[in-house]
Ligand binder design. Sequence first.
Ligand code: PGA
Length: 252
Amino acid sequence: MARRILAAGNWKMNGLQADGLALASGLAAQRKSESNAKVDMLVCPPFVLISKVVDAVAGSGIMVGGQDCHMTEKGAHTGDTSAWMLKDTGCTHVIVGHSERRTNHGETDDVVKAKAEAALAAGLVAIVCIGETLEERDAGKTLDVNRRQLLGSLPDGATAANTVVAYEPVWAIGTGRTATPEQAQEVHAMLRGELVGKLGQGIADDMLILYGGSMNAKNAKELLAQTDIDGGLIGGAALKVDDFMTISHSAP
Ligand code: PGA
């Protein structure tokens, strides 16, 4: 198994230029002083900060990603950004299908899949997000919902090198209410099993499955210790240099 933990920061719609630059350069400075980092680090700033953040983290090994992309390469899509533009600006990854996009912008599994395929075509790694609502969990539908979203959103041509899955229970996002390590592991193990069926054992063994939803400096260690949790997609706690660095040091 060649899975290396990934700490991915999703800044969402937070930070003006000065904030984003301070965060990016703070992370870069700390990262540069580490000779033997055990985890990969990625930050996903708002679109308008991406090129400045790319410059600020240059030489640190920290990667930069977008938070969304359009499903096509170019054209009359006011307000949208293509995966090719992200790639051209220095991004390596893009988040697709975050629950805030699914809820606020009506994105379906088909849309998320098309965006993920655009990401792959542009040469980016797609971080495909899925997750159940509290209502669905309470109704005992957690595994079914996540299975359906995974199979419906995975891009054709997915490999461990071009696709990352992020399990983000909607009820845990930004609420301070984290899934227990056991709850998260149960879903991750099911997802890994589905990936075996869909992509084969080799790809499934190597594909990263991140957990997201109130991961923080305190709970990261326990979550990352689970067999099938290969990193975090981190919102609030990724906005503070010390917290995000602590999470990056929490790999088993
Ligand atoms: P949170 O957000 O860590 O603030 O819960 C995670 C996410 O939505 O990616």
